[in-house]
Design a binder for this molecule. Sequence first.
Ligand SMILES: [Fe+2]
Length: 364
Amino acid sequence: MWDVYDSKGVLLLHKGYVIETDKQLDILLARGIFHISDTMPEPDTGKPIHREESSPFQLIDQIYPRLEKWICSSLPETEKEFPSKIMGLCSSLQRACAQDAEATLSTIVLGPAGRYSIKHSVDVAIVCELIGQALKMSVDERLSMIAAAMTENIAMTELSDILYSQAAPLSDEQREFVHAHPASGVERLKALGVNDPLWLSAVLSHHQSSDGRGYPNGVKGESIPVSARLIAISDLFCAKVSGRSYRQPLSSHQAMQFVFSAGEGQIDADIAELFVKTLGIYLPGTFVCLTNSQIAVVTRRGEKIQFPIVYAVTGRDGMPLPGPVYRDTSHPDCGIARVIPASEVTVKVNRYQLWGYSDFNPRR
Ligand SMILES: [Fe+2]
């Protein structure tokens, strides 16, 4: 099932709407019907489109089901192959980031809805990879770090999904489980054949705090591995930009303010600056309302960080456009008025079009 549009991109029917009469169908056919989805669009020429099988979207989209399979499986063969399979997923994630960091970052906001615990782990791994690159960490160090990010909550996958929807405070039993998950996660990983010390230490320490108030054992400051500190910051940032089922997500700017003010000086200024430089004030994939009332998607950082590259996806009347249209956010008529949560946007966007992975190349 899909949404139906006319030749001007005007939404005619929402997915799931049932056409009840022949007359309705005749009217729709007379207007022409179009489907806009998050897939590679067919070209106007009628020639078959060449699908780029390794676009960042495809690379990342393939990781979710595979990670879920390897994290949640208790089959005996899992134990033999687990470390190499997870490393394979980490290599795919590194390829996506190397190919197009901003398109890859956009999956945090625009990636397919799925199991929260799995999607969140991949989100955290993407941020860690890019911050690790900016810190000039070696490929191997980054691989260990993102493997840890993908498996940080292996001991509480189901509880993570429950907490995503739970507005009430943690019960005593849940709190105990949460406090135990770094150590029990390490035990689980060891049982699955992981013996990489960087991977294991990052999982063990991903809830430590510089002031010693973290868990499981209150390690302080420099004793906490750098990779664990980056995972902790990325974890909090991604949780804030994704929101919860009962709480709206924050914009990346607000999320960064929250993360760094929550750190109360524990996160040094250099790391904070690196996050802003790497992720931008507006995370790629963020929906914004422009001063001209159009809804647009942030695709890339601009030359100035406060003026990102955006493409309008609706007209001023809120109706979907047939294709994305570049808007200059430094111009007063097209400035960013506010961030809109993705959950409030009813227009479907095509990531392949917006980031130039189709025959439709967005023009500036
Ligand atoms: Fe955790």
